[in-house]
Ligand binder design. Structure first.
Ligand code: FO1
Length: 310
């Protein structure tokens, strides 16, 4: 079964890792959010691409989910001793990725090409694409009237500021890699990974070329919430601040227009009746993925559900 997985953040990377354990490489394509990307110390940083690739390559820091395992912080410590606030934690190993990527982008290479080369070097056989080769930047508008880059909001201010609006700068001019659109065209199903609906999945599906091409496809979403809580990050808080109760039901409602299947946690099973009333087939599973075995287990259950339904 050919799958295209849309992913961002740590939850998305875990789901992708599980799917990569269950599918032959030729049957899995990953399209990753680049709205979190930003320039820092003159380096182009692509956190979600790196989180997905480090996870697939078994290089990721297992405590945080992002950055590298066995990381050292000598350069960042030196940056601090030179008086910089150093609010974004860039490790020495991670710095190599950003330096080389930045140099190659400045030479005019495409982000998708660079990512493909890095995947080869990291022994990743699954196809991983950025959602756009041109910049798409997520900005968070806050109640205090500020327009924060995603990383400033998420890391510098620990997603404390109250959100009033989310903006995807550059999304109208997004250039989706041809191979990513081709993979959607050939896919049997699309999986929205358990990532933040507002700042990880929306930036991908709101790109016109992607939104239109997935319309013809069977789409399954995995809830990033259990009860009223996000497994990680600001998803639940964003629901509240944007006027919705954080719930599996409201995640399904958020994606409703073209969703065929929805996976929620066992804890939220009683919400499936309402969601199935919208014509969306539901399955309640244990959606926690604390380790690689559980990632594979959940991915297998999701694929079995799809195979029986598509
Ligand atoms: N997340 C943090 O909460 N604190 C950090 O200092 C931090 C640094 C960082 C460096 C590289 C990278 O690829 C990711 C990093 N992240 C950090 C995660 C990043 O903010 C992602 O955008 C989130 O995982 C959400 O997608």
């Amino acid at each position: 079964m050919k799958i295209v997985a849309l992913a961002g953040g740590v939850g998305g990377a875990k789901m992708v890792d599980g799917l990569a354990e269950c599918l032959p490489p030729s049957d899995l394509t990953v399209i990753v959010n680049t709205g979190d990307d930003f320039e820092h110390y003159g380096l182009k940083i692509c956190p979600d691409l790196d989180t997905v690739c480090y996870t697939l390559a078994g290089l990721a820091n297992s405590e945080t989910g992002w950055g590298r395992a066995g990381e050292s912080w000598r350069t960042l410590d030196e940056i601090k001793s030179l008086g910089d606030e150093a609010w974004f934690n860039l490790g020495d190993l991670d710095m190599a990725t950003h330096m080389l990527r930045t140099q190659r982008l400045q030479r005019g290479e495409l982000l998708s090409e660079i990512t493909g080369d890095f995947c080869k070097q990291w022994g990743i056989t699954v196809a991983v694409y950025p959602m756009s080769n041109s910049p798409v930047r997520t900005f968070i508008h806050t109640r205090a009237g500020r327009r924060l880059s995603f990383q400033e909001y998420f890391v510098r201010y620990q997603f404390k500021p109250e959100i009033t609006e989310i903006e995807f700068e550059g999304i109208q001019k997004a250039q989706v890699p041809e191979a990513a659109l081709d993979a959607i065209d050939k896919a049997d199903a699309i999986i929205y990974c358990p990532s933040n609906p507002f700042v990880s999945i929306d930036p991908i599906i709101q790109i016109k070329a992607i939104g239109e091409s997935i319309q013809q496809k069977k789409i399954l979403a995995v809830s990033p919430l259990i009860g009223e809580h996000a497994l990680k990050g600001p998803a639940a808080k964003m629901f509240r601040e944007l006027g919705e109760v954080p719930s599996a039901l409201n995640v399904a409602k958020h994606y409703r227009s073209n969703l065929s299947y929805f996976i929620m946690d066992n804890q939220d099973k009683e919400q499936s009746k309402t969601i199935e009333g919208w014509g969306i087939m539901c399955r309640a599973l244990d959606i926690l993925m604390p380790n690689r075995t559980q990632r594979k287990r959940l991915a297998r259950e999701v694929l079995t559900f799809l195979e029986k339904s598509v």
